[in-house]
Design a protein around this ligand. Structure first.
Ligand code: NAD
Length: 152
């Protein structure tokens, strides 16, 4: 498998976790570029992980040395940047939740299909051992019926 070269858009808490995880599989993944509206944050993350800081997400998406993008922005920006990344031919790993509305989610999926790129949401919690265990307990009825008292 060839090494996938990633850019990161949004350099806050989630991005820092991704960057550390990417470095643990550096034979498969290379981090190349980072952008954040907060220039200082972008520069710190970029310097820590050997990336180049970019001046805009558009300039990051225009780079030929990025195959894929991690979108680690606030929820309301996920669809805009994901769709732009797909249009630029980049594969996308977008943070959860996918987007605030179903329409935006559909547009994101549509953009990925139209441009033939891979699109994933970082639903990593489903794989955390504690969550897998609780899911198993609930599925087997071991803790009775689970209620959600919040009004949705
Ligand atoms: N999968 C997980 O377990 C997990 C964990 C934490 C956060 N998240 C998700 O990750 C996303 C980011 O959360 P976070 O905790 O990293 O938030 P954060 O506030 O730490 O980071 C967000 C970053 O986006 C930047 N930003 C804001 N507006 C911008 C803009 N217009 N252009 C460019 N950069 C902009 C901010 O400067 C900040 O550095 C959220 O969707 C959150 O739900 C997922």
């Amino acid at each position: 498998m060839k090494q996938v070269r990633f850019g990161i858009v949004g350099c806050g808490a989630a991005a820092a976790h991704h960057a550390v995880a990417c470095r643990e599989i550096s034979d498969k993944v290379k981090l190349v570029a980072a952008y954040d509206a907060n220039e200082k944050r972008a520069k710190i993350l970029a310097k820590t992980h050997g990336m180049e800081p970019c001046e805009s997400y558009q300039s990051l998406l225009a780079r030929n040395d990025a195959d894929a993008v991690i979108v680690a922005l606030p929820h309301y920006l996920h669809s805009e940047v994901t769709i732009a990344a797909c249009e630029a031919g980049k594969h996308v790993l977008c943070e959860k939740p996918m987007a605030p509305t179903l329409e935006e989610c559909d547009a994101m999926i549509g953009a990925a299909k139209k441009n033939g790129v891979k699109f994933m949401i970082a639903e990593n919690h489903r794989f955390l051992p504690a969550h897998v265990l609780i899911h198993d307990y609930v599925s087997r009825g071991m803790i009775g019926r689970v209620h959600n008292s919040r009004k949705i």
